[in-house]
Design a protein around this ligand. Structure first.
Ligand code: MG
Length: 120
């Protein structure tokens, strides 16, 4: 599936009252928070850990399949909200993704992937 197709189909489920910047921006933050909250809970229960290479370390990964499924659902919610935010801004999700890849490729070609700040 292409990103623009996803965006079009996802916005087919968007209620009219949600088609505004305020809702999309605030709920994007909310969905990221839901994702982070599930990760935090797993860490608290020592079902997961964050290390240099991954969220879920090999030795401590005991999250259940259901918990992983719920985490993936939250990732999808984040994608839906980002898609919606782009829509209300008048941006095609595929264009935003393409511009991001171009930015990253440029940084890689100049050897400045590692670092901070958008303007490098
Ligand atoms: Mg959610």
């Amino acid at each position: 599936m292409e990103l623009n197709e996803y965006q079009q189909r996802a916005m087919g489920t968007c209620l009219p009252s949600c088609r505004n910047f305020s809702y999309m921006m605030l709920n994007l933050v909310g969905e990221v928070g839901e994702f982070a909250g599930k990760v935090a809970k797993a860490i608290r229960k020592q079902e997961a850990a964050i290390d240099r290479n991954s969220l879920l370390t090999e030795s401590r990964h005991v999250m259940t399949d259901e918990e992983i499924t719920e985490l993936r659902k939250e990732a999808g919610d984040v994608l839906w909200q980002l898609s919606g935010l782009c829509r209300v801004m008048g941006w095609a999700l595929e264009d935003v993704a393409g511009e991001n890849l171009a930015k990253l490729a440029d940084r890689k070609s100049r050897g400045v992937v590692d670092g901070s700040g958008d303007e490098r």
